[in-house]
Write a protein that binds this ligand. Structure first.
Ligand SMILES: CC(C)(COP(=O)(O)OP(=O)(O)OC[C@H]1O[C@@H](n2cnc3c(N)ncnc32)[C@H](O)[C@@H]1OP(=O)(O)O)[C@@H](O)C(=O)NCCC(=O)NCCS
Length: 374
């Protein structure tokens, strides 16, 4: 075995997957063989969640059953609701989200059962309950009453309802649904690899998702959608955008929402999300962010040939929808729970302990001196 260090596992293929395929050369992303753009236009988020978890698009009856399962599992315990209500108000919602999944693990009677059947049931419970608890924190930290889930609403409608007490118009709900579809799955990214690594020691799904959430929080991964909004707020108005981006690049600073480890010619999810960002801007009669968006994007491509990633359009879209900036990444979580769960189940089905090697570069062998001799 060679001694060459592949820092960041750059270019290393560590396993096979049947869940999604990223083809950077042709800007393509497929879930279980279906192009993500096609899924966004023809399916609801629930259909895509079913696809990611089960491997195929649902038939009518299957979708009905899946929706019912989600509806039946949406309620959280009084215990969890009280924990969320008593979390420090200054907590970052991603830390709260991480804790929520951890508590769900404490409450779940099947936590230590890693059979495929139990894992699927647990995945559905986490997927159904986490949004309820996240929405509870969204309101509780503002001193507002917690709103329980409502029957006969879609996944996206219900999330809006639990956060704001009402469901917005269809175009806004569709844009949110599309963002969730685009966030659902993305092969061996950092958080998914984290989930698979945790699983590879035969640990449980709640632990693996808790670890994945910690990994997603970082600004080089999911946390980028929040950073994009901070950047837009710093720029303030379109007239400032050109000067700001040129100055930032002159200082050789990283611009959030741009670049990708795999896609070097553009992220396949961006055109679809951009389209829905524009629709939401129109509905909200707010063109400020779209103008800033276009100016920064053009300079990044012209000067650096670095393209936006999906977090660039989702950030301002979620802002226009009314979500607090630090809730953008928890929204990413509620969708990615599906992808993580599918990977955790895939890892369990053909497990091999993930344990890479390292090249030692510390001191040579040394003799231990007694305390009074050092
Ligand atoms: C995502 C990311 C970590 C990928 O990193 P990577 O594959 O390791 O690529 P590198 O960081 O080595 O980038 C290669 C070069 O492009 C530059 N670059 C990459 N992304 C950049 C960005 N967003 N802004 C400015 N320069 C960037 C790097 O500075 C580096 O330049 P150099 O060769 O002169 O040092 C990186 O693009 C980044 O930090 N982006 C911003 C965070 C973000 O949006 N994350 C969400 C990802 S979906």
């Amino acid at each position: 075995m060679g001694d060459e260090v592949k820092k960041g596992l750059l270019g290393i293929v560590v396993d096979e997957t049947t869940i999604s395929q990223v083809m950077p050369d042709i800007n393509s992303l497929t879930y279980r063989g279906y192009a993500v753009q096609d899924l966004c236009e023809k399916c609801s988020f629930e259909e895509v969640a079913y696809l990611v978890l089960n491997g195929d698009l649902p038939k009518k009856k299957e979708l009905k059953k899946f929706k019912k399962q989600l509806e039946e599992n949406r309620n959280i315990t009084i215990n969890l609701r009280e924990i969320v209500k008593h979390m420090p108000k200054r907590s970052h919602p991603m830390d709260v989200t991480r804790t929520i999944v951890s508590v769900l693990g404490l409450e779940d009677k099947e936590t230590n059962n890693n059979s495929p059947e139990a894992n699927m049931k647990k995945a559905i419970r986490i997927f159904a309950k986490a949004p309820t608890a996240i929405a509870a924190f969204f309101r509780a930290r503002k001193g507002k009453n917690v709103i329980p889930p409502k029957k006969n609403l879609s996944f996206s409608e219900n999330f809006f309802y639990m956060c704001f007490g009402k469901v917005p118009n269809k175009e806004i709900v569709k844009a949110f649904d599309v963002s969730l579809i685009l966030y659902a799955e993305h092969s061996f990214n950092v958080s998914t690899f984290t989930a698979r690594t945790i699983t590879s020691s035969l640990s449980d799904i709640h632990g693996a998702i808790t670890g994945a959430i910690a990994s997603l929080k970082g600004p080089l991964h999911g946390g980028a959608n929040e950073e994009v909004m901070h950047m837009m707020n710093k720029i303030k108005k379109p007239e400032n955008a050109l000067k700001w981006i040129n100055k930032t690049l002159d200082k050789k600073e990283v611009v959030m929402g741009f670049g990708h480890r795999v896609y070097k010619k553009g992220d396949s999810r961006v055109p679809t999300m951009e389209k829905y960002f524009k629709k939401v801007s129109k509905v909200k009669s707010d063109k400020k962010f779209i103008k800033i968006y276009e100016i920064v994007k053009k300079v990044m491509i012209d000067r650096k040939n670095i393209h936006p990633n999906v977090d660039y359009p989702t950030g301002p879209t979620y802002h226009l929808m009314g979500f607090d900036t630090d809730f953008f990444t928890p929204i990413f979580v509620i969708s990615r729970i599906t992808g993580w769960s599918a990977h955790i189940m895939e890892q369990h089905a053909a497990n091999k302990l993930i344990r890479p090697l390292s090249k030692y570069s510390g001191p040579d062998h040394r003799k231990v001196m007694l305390l009074n001799q050092r």
